[in-house]
Ligand binder design. Sequence first.
Ligand code: ADP
Length: 161
Amino acid sequence: MKRSAVYPGSFDPITKGHLDIIKRASQIFDEVIVAVLINPDKKGLFNIEERVELIKRVTRDIENVKTESFHGLLVDYMNEKGSNVIIKGLRAVSDFEYELQMSHMNKKLDATIETVFLMTSAKYSYLSSSSIKQVVMFGGCIDDLVPNEIIPDIMLKIDKK
Ligand code: ADP
């Protein structure tokens, strides 16, 4: 049976921290589905289609990774996909508290689902999509923080704001 895992998040935009988790998960599971959460209440920098496109662009060489978007309950989406593993990245204790709560809730909703945590690589432990947006907004350099091929997209978006 194909072992499939879902890596959910906002990915607004994808960072090198996210990409590192995707690469490592793709070595553990037969298939990794990166799932961009559609949250109508939260307007991001990139719209959902753009976020999916950026992720597809930077993961195109990893054969067993695909990217989609979803709305509603993660457990429902996972059942639709025939996957019972959620991948999460952990950066700090603050992530842990929130993620522990989420994993218990998902377990309550569907006892067959397991959450697997991958520890951040030390070099990306301070990285988040929101900090990247702030750095760009104030003219800082984001080389090394996001994949090179999406830097122009981020610059253009922030310029238009
Ligand atoms: P962010 O917190 O950067 O806005 P998301 O909400 O899109 O990111 O996060 C999706 C998942 O990726 C979460 O499990 C989050 O903990 C994980 N993640 C985000 N940044 C990193 C990082 N630098 N290293 C490891 N995991 C990360």
